[in-house]
Design a protein around this ligand. Structure first.
Ligand code: P53
Length: 466
């Protein structure tokens, strides 16, 4: 009943949702900087230029750029063994096109990763987490353009070389399967249809595989993984038509992990493209690159499960929670305030499915409960709902490891310090063990405060999950 000795307990954020400082030290504009705030039920849509009258929450975010020392100190106090964040491509190559990198950007991440190492915190670094240089959005329609493959290879090589003694664990693209759901967010693809999305995904596959190869040459000890948004999809009922529908919905996201873990396109996806008359333009060397650039491990985000029904009139339609079709409401589950259906057992199921399918180590690099927190009169924040959510998920992880034999090596709950929500742009959809004083319209002192879950998580780590 325990976790592996070297289990990487930690927490996770992303550059665009935390750093702010969007226009300092030579940073270029990224796709994320162009996303105004929205809210539950209102999707975020990028503007073509920065509009004076709109609020862009990522531009300042929680100013992690200037607070990282204080924040990492708090992570260390909780006993973090790992910390997941991403590098913002536009700090390194402001437009993506430059020949030489921006030294101030490189130095920032060197300082950040060194600060982690000071406390024996292992950085887990995503190369592309929902931000693409805006110049590339404008000139190539983001990842729809083949040009991005080599620009990304140049960027990857630059950061791999610079941090080869500081970072061991890398992820190429965050939630790569979200290309099919949120093409602008996942790939800077502004003008989109199914054909374009498929081509953009192909470019990311090739770019990721190239990065894996380059990374292994620079440091053979690098572990380079893919990152999948786990959208566990149950059949709404045991009606075989519902089961088939859920298989198809599952293929929609396993397609991405199949390519990246196996090194080739799965047959079901090739048939689907054929049927939909989608044609992927491939360079002659692409198949070889995909095969040679298989990932070392699979990282996933897991928040909820969804259902699939062949006939949607038989139940209550689930709240889309801003992001996608969630099928019908699962009568056995409760939801958070944004309609996400909470399902700890589903995490164990997903870990089994993924480990059975690929037989490579797994990391859970996002999990957690987005919730409204309240500061009590005595200044405390009693987030028992979050403790409860995380306890249930950790309990299922332990079973996946010890009862099912899953090789799970890390757990980095999402937004370990409160950050801006990706789905809505709200600050008040909070995940953290650490509260940040800032509201949905950007007011607040940015002061950090420990929530009740802070000491709870510290205790979890201290006792290695017991
Ligand atoms: P927010 C879809 C399904 C599950 C998670 O989301 C998803 C998505 C696509 O956005 O995104 C991940 O902030 C993403 C993070 C994000 C986190 O989930 O909307 O990797 O950037 O913040 C939580 O509550």
């Amino acid at each position: 009943m325990s976790f592996p000795k070297d289990f990487l307990w930690g927490g996770a954020v992303a550059a665009n949702q935390s750093e702010g400082a969007y226009n300092v030290d030579g940073k270029g504009l990224s796709s994320a900087d162009m996303l105004p705030a929205a809210k539950h039920g209102v999707a975020r849509t990028a503007t073509d230029k920065i509009e004076k009258d709109l609020f862009y929450p990522y531009q300042e975010a929680i100013d992690f750029y200037h607070h990282y020392k204080e924040d990492i100190k708090l992570f260390a106090e909780m006993g973090f063994k790992s910390f997941r964040t991403s590098i913002n491509w536009t700090r390194i190559f402001p437009t993506g096109m430059e020949e030489t990198p921006n030294e101030a950007g490189l130095q920032f991440y060197e300082d950040l990763f060194s600060e982690c190492k000071k406390y024996n915190i292992e950085p887990i670094v995503t190369l592309s987490h929902y931000d693409t240089p805006y110049y590339l959005v404008e000139h190539y329609n983001g990842w729809a353009g083949r040009e991005l493959v080599d620009l990304f290879a140049k960027y990857s090589e630059t950061v791999f070389s610079r941090y080869k003694n500081l970072v061991k664990y890398w992820l190429t693209f965050n939630e790569i399967n979200c290309m099919g759901i949120l093409p602008y967010v996942a790939g800077g693809v502004k003008h989109s249809n199914k054909q374009i999305q498929a081509q953009a995904a192909h470019h990311q596959f090739v770019a990721s595989a190239k990065a894996v190869k380059i990374g292994h040459e620079i440091n053979p000890d690098f572990q380079i993984g893919m990152m999948l948004a786990d959208l566990l999809t149950y059949p709404y009922s045991c009606n075989p038509n519902d089961v088939l529908e859920s298989l198809h919905k599952t293929h929609d996201y396993y397609f991405y992990s199949d390519v990246q873990c196996r090194g080739y396109y799965p047959s079901y996806q090739l048939k689907k493209y054929e049927k939909e008359n989608i044609k992927i333009v491939m360079e002659p060397e692409d198949e070889k690159i995909l095969l040679e650039g298989k990932v070392d491990f699979l990282a996933l985000s897991y928040y909820m499960s969804i259902t699939a029904a062949a006939d949607k009139t038989v139940g209550e339609v689930a709240d889309g929670g801003n992001l996608m079709d969630r099928g019908l409401k699962n009568p056995y589950l409760e939801s958070n305030d944004w309609g996400w259906q909470i399902d700890p057992v589903g995490l164990r199921i997903s870990l089994n499915y993924l480990y059975d399918r690929y037989q490579i180590p797994l990391m859970i690099v996002e999990n957690g409960l987005g919730a409204y927190d309240k500061i009590e009169e005595d200044g405390s924040i009693q987030d028992d709902y979050r403790i409860n959510y995380l306890t249930q998920h950790i309990t299922e992880m332990e079973k996946a490891i010890n009862e099912d034999g899953v090789d799970l090596i890390a757990y980095t709950p999402w937004g370990c310090i409160d950050i801006v929500s990706a789905g809505t742009g709200e600050m008040e959809k909070r995940y953290g063990f650490i509260y940040v004083d800032r509201n949905n319209i950007g007011e607040g002192t940015l002061k950090r405060m420990k929530k009740k879950s802070f000491d709870w998580y510290k205790n979890v780590i201290q006792n290695n999950g017991l």
